[in-house]
Design a protein around this ligand. Structure first.
Ligand code: SF4
Length: 467
């Protein structure tokens, strides 16, 4: 028995590829591994088994995932694959074999992998781990922090509120890989949020494929949190999260919100300061015909009017969005409509992709495919306008005092640090470059807030002096 207890713990190598949604899957698996006494290895060679959480969204991501699986197989030999790519068939459609036949893309390319699962399959992954690397028996290793193991820095965390999507945008294969919308029970979501705040999280990033649709699948069913009835609905969720965050002085940031009329009711909560006045609204285009060809949600909405109304209700609101330039059939006139929209809507933070085919997506079959050079040229023209808008907005912040969440501060900020304001989501927006504090006694600490006076602009970033 004693020999069993002193055995080295089994070690698992873990690679997490893909989007923030995949990251939360990785966190769930790592939390479970840790709870069961598995340790992680930083190298493939030092592990007893490797798990690769893959992404299958665009062709580059598929290649990166397949290459990583190949490297892990070469270096270690025992590999379990999970994530979006795991549910993809060779022809780009959804794999119905559950990763067991060579109809499955991963299985076909790498027949020696031990198991293949799709996304959000913690239990299946754990079953495969148990089969190929049994856990050590130890009654003391059940202890794991209630907020789980997070791959993001301790002071911010992603909160996934639903899986899948009811839309069928023609350029996207997520619904075929992840299925229709399934909202998590509101009680579970709020419990997780509370545990994250308890665990020191200062910024909660709400994610899903379509945050505004939260609860549609369960007809906004009433759930329970701490004995109280709460509706499974975006407005109720946001209000509850804001209340939970308050005692911790923490931020709540909303991603992937579509411009539906129902969102209008959320904006006053931003004006009140309950949640950050920041909305990530993936608009993709402005011209109604292009939006129709894209089969975008809320394509019939009057987005300019809606954005103006949101700004009237909450003047400090920051809008982030992504766009696609050069979608099949996009005429010069349709593209200029997009440029005019951008100038008028004054999207604070805009990203733009030149359209590119995604294996298995319906848009590949649309007529009027544009030459790649033209798509790239339009992307560059769009970005020139976007940068003008963003730079004017950033310049207007000079002289303002803002609250900054500190992401990095070597030597307690003696040489300055890096932080973000409410206008900057981690990893996708700019940052605030903090100068060394003037007051000798002032320290900057990662995961804490500081007030800072904006003194300049540096590209997409602000420069600010801590006060
Ligand atoms: S809303 Fe459209 S782009 Fe977003 S996940 Fe659903 S189908 Fe894909």
């Amino acid at each position: 028995m004693t020999a069993l207890m002193t055995q080295a713990p089994p070690r698992v190598g873990f690679v997490s590829l893909g989007c923030p949604k995949a990251l939360t899957d990785s966190e769930l698996i790592l939390t479970q591994l840790s709870a069961e006494g598995y340790e992680t290895s930083k190298t493939f060679e030092g592990a007893d088994l490797v798990i690769v959480n893959t992404c299958g969204f665009i062709d580059d991501a598929v290649k990166e995932s397949l290459d990583t699986i190949g490297e892990a197989l070469a270096a270690n030999g025992k590999v379990i694959v999970t994530g979006c790519l795991g549910s993809k068939a060779v022809d780009g459609s959804a794999d119905t074999s559950g990763g067991t036949t060579d109809q499955n893309l991963v299985r076909k390319m790498h027949p020696s992998v031990l198991a293949v699962t799709g996304p959000h399959a913690t239990q299946e992954v754990m079953d495969a781990v148990h089969l190929h690397l049994p856990k050590r028996h130890d009654p003391f290793i059940d202890l794991t922090p209630s907020f789980g193991i997070k791959l993001t820095p301790k002071h911010y965390a992603y909160l996934k509120i639903s899986e899948g999507c009811n839309h069928r945008c023609t350029f996207c294969i997520i619904p075929s890989m992840r299925g229709d919308l399934v909202s998590r029970p509101i009680g579970d979501v709020l419990k997780e949020a509370e545990a994250l705040f308890e665990g020191g999280v200062k910024e909660l990033l709400v994610i899903s494929q379509d945050t505004s649709a939260y609860g549609v699948d369960v007809k906004y069913r009433t759930g329970f949190f701490e004995g109280r009835p709460v509706k499974t609905r975006m407005l109720d969720l946001v209000a509850e999260l804001g209340q939970l965050a308050k005692p911790y002085g923490a931020w709540v940031r909303l991603h992937y919100v579509y411009p539906y009329p129902s969102v209008d009711a959320v904006v006053p909560l931003m004006a009140e300061g309950l949640v950050l006045p920041y909305l990530d609204v993936p608009l993709q285009h402005s011209h109604p015909d292009v939006l129709k060809r894209m089969k975008r949600p809320a394509s019939g909405e009057r987005n300019l009017e809606r954005l103006a109304a949101w700004r009237a209700a909450c003047p400090e609101i920051v809008i982030r969005s992504t766009f696609i330039a050069g979608f099949p059939g996009e005429t010069e006139e349709e593209f200029e409509h997009l440029l005019d929209f951008m100038r008028e809507a004054k999207i604070d933070r805009a990203g733009c992709f030149a359209y590119s085919d995604v294996t298995g997506a319906e848009a590949n079959k649309l007529e009027g495919m544009l030459p790649i050079a033209l798509r790239e040229e339009r992307r560059a023209r769009f970005m020139a306008v976007a940068e003008e808008v963003s730079s004017t907005k950033l310049q207007s912040r000079i002289g303002a005092t803002m609250q900054i969440l500190i992401d990095s501060a070597p030597a307690l900020g003696k040489k300055g640090g890096i932080g973000r304001s409410y206008a900057d989501a981690p990893e996708i927006d700019g940052v605030v470059k903090l100068l060394p504090p003037e007051k000798i006694s002032k320290q900057l600490k990662v995961g804490e807030f500081t007030r800072a006076r904006v003194v300049g602009v540096d590209g997409h970033d602000l420069v600010a002096a801590p006060i």
